[in-house]
Design a binder for this molecule. Sequence first.
Ligand SMILES: [Zn+2]
Length: 212
Amino acid sequence: VKYFDITPRLSSKIAVFPGDRGFSRSVSLSFKKGDHLDLSSIQSTLHVGAHVDAPSHYHASGKNITECGIDVYLGRAQVIEIRKEKGERIRVADLKNIRIEAPRLLFKTQSFPDPHQWTDDFNALSRELILELAQKGVRLVGIDTPSVDLAQDAELESHKAIYEMDLRILEGIDLKNVAAGLYTLIALPLPIEDADASPVRAILINKDLGIP
Ligand SMILES: [Zn+2]
C-alpha cells in the first residue's frame, strides 16, 4: 500500500485569502529556553492549507462542521487532471473524456502552484459542472486551489450550487505528486463546535479499502 500526503505544511508562510487571518504559532514554553516542556498554541483562519468548508460557511442555514459527520470525508476518490487557462472555471465539456468512478472527485489543476505565494488567477469549478457531478453521484469535490470559486467572485456560484446539491468541499490540497486515478481519501475535519470549516490532514491511499 502506498499513500500520498496531499496536505501543504502549515506555517506562518502559508498563503491565506487576502484579509483572512494567517496562520501563526506561538511558543509558551520551550526546552531551548530551559523550560520543562515544549508547549505552543496557534491562531489561524480555519480555511488554511488543506481544509473542508462546512455549508454554514456559504449559507445562513447551512450545517456547521460538527453537523457534517465524517463519512463523506473518508472513502473512494478519483483524481482527475484538468488544464485550463489561468482564471478559468472548469466546465462540463472539460470532462468529456473522463468517466466518473467515485463519489469523491478531486481536481488537479496545478493553477495555484506555491502554497506560500498568493495568486488570484487560479482555476475554479462552475455551476453547470456541480449540477452535472451531483447527477452522477458525486458527493464531495476537492481542488488544489484555495477555493471552488474564482478569487474575485463575490457571488460564489459554485459554493451556491454545492449548497443546493448538498455536496461537500475540500480545498487547498496539493496534488503535485499524485497521478490521475482511483484512491481512498482520508481528510477528516476536527469537531470544532459551530465552526464554518476545519483544517484536515488529507491523504490518498492507492488501494480500495472497501469504504464506499
Ligand atoms: Zn474554505
